[in-house]
Design a protein around this ligand. Structure first.
Ligand SMILES: Cc1ncc(COP(=O)(O)O)c(C=O)c1O
Length: 420
């Protein structure tokens, strides 16, 4: 595969942006390669500047559940552009989108639109702290919730310690109110509630962890989180930035039958445009300014173009209810092909999956990081050379879209099976 033009563009970009990119994983560091520079995308495929055409399983890291450049969405966005790009004032389309979201996700009774998943989660945490009057938040090792200071943490020396910043530039004090537990470990959560009675504002969780590779919750884990928060006057926040509108129309809440107090959305809800949402119980959201004392604002929040892309995307998902079965079936075929190699352990939830190069089951961060990342890099290169674009890191999800054709799946399965 010739990537000369991408290489030249990367050389230029490296002098202009840190690592040549605007988000670190795009630099391909984890797979020891240089990134492809993308020129366009349509359906299941992306096209790079060198003219390579690839079947895309990154799907912009999740938004592309319908594939790329779905004509109805593009047309609506083009039309919306003719009316102006931003007003900084309310529009009726915001209420239209809000009604669609609320009808799909009953746990959301009231919501606020923002411009990214990071903002959505940061603001949801603030709302929950404001509502409860408590400071401590529990998050899980290996879960990612965007790059706000207080959530950029890893586990300390033991579970009972407060978190340590995972990034330079985050003052120690900024993560003092973040507690870290182990994903799928009820005991680690229980221990924190035992240690800090009446002090924990809430638990923040990816209902299917997808940022250490895909790690589904074990049976009863989410129900346990619901019960323990309820028992202790703490709030349960589902970070559905990835799972929202992906596992089902009602996201993980519907998929697992759990009603959290708050939900955050991003990615699919903006149909490929910058849009995030946080929402939940009315009395929590009524704490948000200008109604309440929890401040949160945004110049471009509820941007009319992003809202239009969101409305059109959700309309398609609501009208064509067969989509979820179709993408589940395609992902299951890929899961079987991956498992048949005998080289990986595959985790899957609906159309999200990860193949871990390890012999042991992966149920948390500790087991995920046992994966052989050098083997993943080899696999990544093999897939790329076979015309398939997968995540440039072992610890990311493979996203299946409704645009992946039977032929795409067949080609992908053949490539998987031929990997040695
Ligand atoms: C679960 C989860 N929450 C929050 C975020 C942050 O979203 P954004 O990158 O839009 O800021 C991400 C990003 O991948 C995510 O996966």
């Amino acid at each position: 595969m010739n990537t000369d033009i991408s290489k030249k563009l990367f050389y230029r970009a490296k002098g202009l942006m840190p690592g040549g990119v605007n988000s670190p994983v795009r630099a391909f560091n984890a797979v020891g390669r240089t990134p492809l520079f993308i020129k366009s995308a349509e359906g299941s495929r992306i096209y790079d500047e060198d003219g390579n055409s690839l079947i895309d399983y990154v799907c912009s890291w999740g938004p592309g559940i319908l594939g790329h450049s779905r004509p109805e969405v593009i047309k609506a966005v083009q039309k919306a552009c003719e009316y102006g790009l931003s007003y900084g004032a309310p529009t009726k389309k915001e209420s239209e989108l809000a009604e669609m979201i609320i009808s799909a996700v009953p746990a959301i009774e009231m919501l606020r639109m923002v411009s990214s998943g990071t903002e959505a989660v940061m603001s949801a945490v603030r709302a929950v702290r404001g509502f409860t009057g408590r400071d401590l938040i529990i998050k899980f090792t290996g879960c990612y919730h965007g790059h706000s200071d207080g959530l950029l943490v890893k586990s300390g020396s033991g579970l009972m310690t407060n978190a340590v910043p995972d990034s330079a530039g985050v003052p120690k004090g900024f993560t003092d109110n973040t507690l870290v537990a182990d994903y799928n470990s009820k005991e680690s959560v229980q221990a924190l509630f035992d240690k800090y009675p009446d002090k924990i504002a809430g638990i923040l969780v990816e209902p299917v962890a997808a940022n250490m590779g895909v790690v589904p919750p074990e049976d009863g884990f989410l129900k346990f989180l619901r019960d323990i928060t309820e028992k202790n006057g703490a709030m349960l926040i589902f970070d559905e930035v990835i799972t929202g509108f992906r596992l089902s129309l009602g996201g993980a809440c519907q998929y697992f039958g759990i009603r959290p107090d708050m939900v955050t959305l991003g990615k699919i809800v903006g149909g490929g445009m910058p849009l995030g949402v946080y929402g939940g119980r009315r009395e929590i959201m009524e704490c948000v300014s200008p109604l309440g004392r929890v401040y949160q604002a945004g110049t471009l929040s509820g941007n009319p173009i992003a809202v239009t892309a969101g409305i059109e995307t959700l309309k398609i998902l609501m009208d064509d209810t067969g989509i979820y079965d179709r993408i589940d079936k395609k992902a299951s075929e890929l899961e079987q092909a991956l498992s048949s190699t005998g080289l990986v352990r595959v985790n899957r939830a609906g159309s999200l999956l990860s193949a871990f190069f390890t012999k042991e089951a992966v149920s948390d961060y500790k087991s995920a990081v046992l994966s052989d990342t050098a083997m993943y890099s080899k696999y990544f290169t093999h897939m790329l050379e076979s015309g398939i674009y997968t995540a440039p890191s072992q610890f990311e999800a493979m996203f299946v879209s409704d645009a992946h054709t039977d032929e795409d799946i067949k080609i992908t399965k053949e490539a998987i099976i031929s990997f040695k």
